[in-house]
Ligand binder design. Structure first.
Ligand code: CA
Length: 438
């Protein structure tokens, strides 16, 4: 009798323990939002006074805002390859953009790589992606073959926000592998599908990747007409004349769509258990994007090409703060996995796990970061940056000269040589891979 009672008590305490454990250790939902071509100075929380972004500003105010966060690439596909794999994009071959027209149309992210979505899926997460893929047009490279249970969005670099045709005049709006006929402004559709996905999976951990089109060209606000159709001549940037107005509309529509998602998460009581990370995939485009105090734009390896807005928000868990830690897109795979308590072999990735910084601890991690695109090369070591353009060798101290105006290459010859040596070894390592360039 006594033996049985002990067993029952043991059973009860075990049940109690597992219940408590389940409540306390249910891994958080992860929502990764990426803007397209959003410049360092395009948001209110990064100093913009013209474009109104109250929801992202609120995330930044109540979360951790990064001032030295970088995209792996200065253009779309390379950053996305690095983000998905946690590796320098050269390792998956995607050093350049995949274009709808021409040779690169056939290439994509090899499914042999472990993607961020596969990491979450293998840990039991529901995985969804709503928005821009840009890592391969062929069906074999589709997000549904790369770890995403669900994918609604487009495959190319940009589509008409209203008609959903790409720049080659091909219809580009999908639900998984199938073409999806759906009316609406792309930014709103991405937001709507994101909310649907969160609602459908509210009772289990989910990973939601939201790569927005905004504010990538063409210039189209919510009230601007569709213009791309297969039987029509059209320009890449679109017919809207007041591009500044359209650009503002595009950023503000994205902010509103993120606001609606936040409200929806709050109404489902999911905010306390959801980590939201927001960033951009490269710098602002030409004169249209605002890169704040930075020199250069999208496509260049000046800071304006790759220093991007980035915000981490988790209600009640991440304390409001500003971080000047040097971080990059490919750090998100190791970091978000760690935040979800998923064990991965950190050594396999080029990115680092910066999760402890999200909880206010010091990172204490020194490393060099590298970029290479269309004959430009750059290395970052601490505050110092070596930039090799096609014609110049430039050395900058970003702590004193964020705008990269004062070249120190002749005054710091020893540092220059040491950075050149570091760069050369990385360059040689990357040359071992078969590269797609543009
Ligand atoms: Ca981009």
């Amino acid at each position: 009798m006594k033996f049985n009672l002990t067993l029952i008590l043991l059973g009860i305490s075990f049940l109690f323990y597992t219940c408590v454990e389940n409540n306390e250790t249910r891994p958080p939902n992860i929502i990764l939002i990426m803007a397209d071509d959003l410049g360092y100075g395009d948001l209110g929380c990064y100093g913009n006074t013209r474009i109104k972004t109250p929801y992202l500003d609120r995330l930044a105010k109540n979360g951790l805002r990064f001032t030295d966060f970088h995209s792996n690439g200065a253009v779309c596909s390379p950053t996305r390859a690095a983000l998905m794999t946690g590796l320098y994009q050269q390792k998956s071959g995607l050093e350049g953009v995949i274009y709808v027209k021409g040779e690169t149309r056939k290439v994509g992210l090899d499914t042999a790589f472990t993607t961020m979505a596969e990491v979450f899926k293998s840990a039991g997460y529901a995985t969804g992606m709503m928005g821009k893929w840009h890592l391969g047009y062929e069906k074999q490279y589709n997000p549904v073959h790369q770890g995403f249970d669900e994918f609604i969005g487009y495959l190319s670099g940009n589509i008409d926000y209203k008609s959903h045709y790409d720049n080659a005049g091909i219809y580009d709006w999908y639900d998984g592998l199938d073409s999806l006929a759906e009316n609406g402004y792309v930014t709103d559709l991405i937001g709507k599908h994101a909310i649907d996905f969160a609602r459908k999976n509210k009772d289990r951990p989910f990973f939601l990747y939201l790569p927005h089109e905004a504010p990538h060209v063409p210039f189209q606000g919510r009230n601007d007409p569709a213009f791309r159709y297969p039987d029509r001549e059209f320009t890449y940037l679109g017919p809207v004349e007041d591009r500044e107005r359209a650009y503002k509309d595009m950023v503000e529509a994205m902010d509103e769509s993120i606001g609606l998602l936040l409200l929806s998460l709050e109404s489902m009581q999911l905010l306390e258990n959801t980590l939201i990370f927001f960033l951009s995939d490269n710098g602002g485009y030409q004169q249209y994007g605002d890169n704040g105090p930075l020199n250069g734009t999208k496509g260049t390896l000046y800071e304006g090409g790759h220093r991007v807005p980035a915000i981490a928000y988790w209600k009640g868990k991440i304390r409001p703060d500003v971080s000047d830690d040097l971080l990059m897109s490919f750090d998100l795979l190791p970091t978000l996995s760690s935040m979800a308590n998923i064990e991965i072999d950190q050594q396999k990735f080029d990115g680092i796990d910066f999760s402890k910084r999200l909880f206010g601890e010091e990172l204490g991690h020194e490393r060099n970061l590298y970029w290479r695109y269309r004959g430009q090369r750059a290395i970052r070591s601490g505050d110092m940056k070596l930039l090799l353009t096609k014609s110049d060798t430039l050395l900058f101290d970003l702590n004193k000269d964020l705008g990269e105006k004062e070249d120190l290459s002749t005054t710091r010859p020893e540092l220059l040589e040491s950075l050149l040596n570091d760069y050369t070894s990385w360059d040689q390592e990357m040359n071992q891979y078969q590269l797609v360039t543009d």
